[in-house]
Ligand binder design. Structure first.
Ligand SMILES: Cc1cc2nc3c(=O)[nH]c(=O)nc-3n(C[C@H](O)[C@H](O)[C@H](O)COP(=O)(O)OP(=O)(O)OC[C@H]3O[C@@H](n4cnc5c(N)ncnc54)[C@H](O)[C@@H]3O)c2cc1C
Length: 406
């Protein structure tokens, strides 16, 4: 069945190439082993070979670390397709790019640093990056623009030509396995936004250590643990921009993460919809395929309505990201609110789609073989990360309703 998107910009060769590369990888490599992914606790049997294939053999590692990435709209097409197969693999890939994004775009582009840091991503190794923001004391307060960085506990002190970093981060994607940690610090919490400092920490380095990997209900391909910084020293030039500007880059990265999260939710919801439509076509009850019962048909219609709407909105915000000359700075309150709409709506839709699909598939839906329960477990986290659905809704209401006290 054809499914065209009514946005001309997606009809380019690059857009088609990005989607088709991810789709082929999902069909040929991920789907045949997908049910084994969550059992591969040490990553050696299934997960590591999948990363080797996509990052080294297909060259996506190099593309992610490149100075000139594809348009965000096309990257989101790639990410959506990859999440259709496995959102744990997708988030590990996406966060590698996420940690480099602050220094990739004007007016804060840093060709010197991009070139220097490219060295920590060897072409023949699976090499991840990490955007380390959340702390043991909490993630939401750091993401909440109204807190202006006053709740960041990880400190950066300038000592001559070096930053000295102390503190701890918790949960960031690819923690414990990354070659590079973009660490959200404060030079002084009392300075508010002026104190926020985004500092690159290559690993291995003296003073960085890790806790145990968290035992999660899903997203096994993504590693998460605590990261401890004990007098970690990096060159002064490893700070992304400077006082005030790093706060903008933090907000810009929240916009980016929210758009990416939306695309990932759309990808998983799309796959669930395909699985449940197949099931509803072949499963007979009451003398006909269950999709021919109006109650089931209406559920399917709700699902596809949500998916189509979520996809189109996420792509429209990516389109805005790609055109700051028309839509304004990528860190604006408007961009943050719109990216949060994309994330919140897509996450809620994907959770709804997973819940209804499980119900439609009866007991089979509750088995590993049914293939929906994996997305059901993974999708839930997409609602909860990046400040969760509450903080995201506050960002939306602040911009559109001019809140004064929240
Ligand atoms: C698989 C996975 C991947 C992750 N990836 C990353 C990553 O790449 N980088 C990173 O830095 N972190 C990452 N995280 C961490 C995640 O983003 C945070 O856990 C999340 O933002 C919530 O922070 P918290 O758990 O500390 O909750 P808290 O901040 O303690 O919040 C707890 C609850 O209070 C609510 N709440 C908080 N503040 C408010 C408020 N002002 N108003 C109303 N309600 C509020 C929240 O919605 C939430 O329900 C990841 C986590 C997981 C599990």
């Amino acid at each position: 069945m054809a499914n065209h998107l009514a946005i001309d910009v997606l009809d380019t060769e690059e857009a088609k190439m990005a989607r088709s590369l991810a789709r082929q990888f999902v069909e040929n490599e991920i789907l045949p082993v997908r049910q084994q992914i969550d059992d591969d606790k040490d990553h050696s049997k299934v997960i590591e070979p999948l990363f080797r294939k996509i990052m080294i053999e297909l060259g996506m590692g190099r593309i992610m670390a490149a100075d000139q990435p594809m348009s965000l709209t096309n990257q989101m097409g790639f990410l959506e397709e990859l999440s259709r197969g496995d959102s744990g693999i997708a988030v590990a890939m996406a966060c590698t790019g996420w940690c480099l994004f602050p220094i990739r775009y004007e007016p804060y582009k840093r060709p010197d640093l991009i070139e220097e840091l490219a060295g920590v991503f060897p072409e023949d190794e699976v090499a991840f990056g990490c955007f380390a923001m959340t702390e043991p004391e909490g993630g939401c307060d750091i993401e909440n623009p109204r807190m202006e960085g006053r709740k960041i506990h990880t400190t950066a002190r300038l000592d001559g030509e070096e930053w000295v970093i102390n503190g701890a981060k918790q949960w960031p994607t690819n923690s414990g396995v990354s070659h590079l940690y973009l660490t959200v610090c404060t030079t002084d919490p009392n300075l508010g936004n002026e104190g926020i400092a985004l500092i690159y920490v290559p690993y291995p380095i003296e003073g960085v250590s890790f806790g145990r990997f968290e035992n999660k209900v899903g997203m096994q391909a993504d590693r998460n643990c605590s990261v401890f910084y004990d007098n970690v020293r990096v060159p002064k030039r490893y700070r992304a921009a400077g006082p005030g500007d790093d706060a903008k880059l933090l907000h810009q990265n929240l916009v980016l993460g929210s758009i990416a999260s939306a695309s990932m939710s759309v990808g998983t919801a799309q796959n669930i919809f395909e699985i449940v439509t197949d099931y509803a076509t072949t499963r007979v009850a009451g003398g006909k395929p269950i999709k021919e019962h109006s109650v089931i048909a209406c559920h399917l219609a709700d699902m596809v309505t949500g998916i189509e709407t979520a996809r189109t909105y996420a792509l429209s915000v990516s389109y805005m990201w790609d055109r700051p000359e028309t839509y304004g700075p990528r860190w604006s309150a408007e961009m943050l609110a719109k990216s949060r709409i994309a994330k919140t709506y897509a996450a809620d839709i994907s959770v709804m789609v997973a819940n209804r699909a499980m119900e439609m598939m009866g007991s089979y839906g509750y088995t590993r073989e049914g293939d929906v329960e994996k997305h059901w477990r993974d999708n839930k986290m997409m609602q909860q990360w990046l400040g969760g659905s509450h903080v995201a809704r506050l960002d939306i209401a602040r911009h559109f309703c001019n809140l004064e006290t929240l």
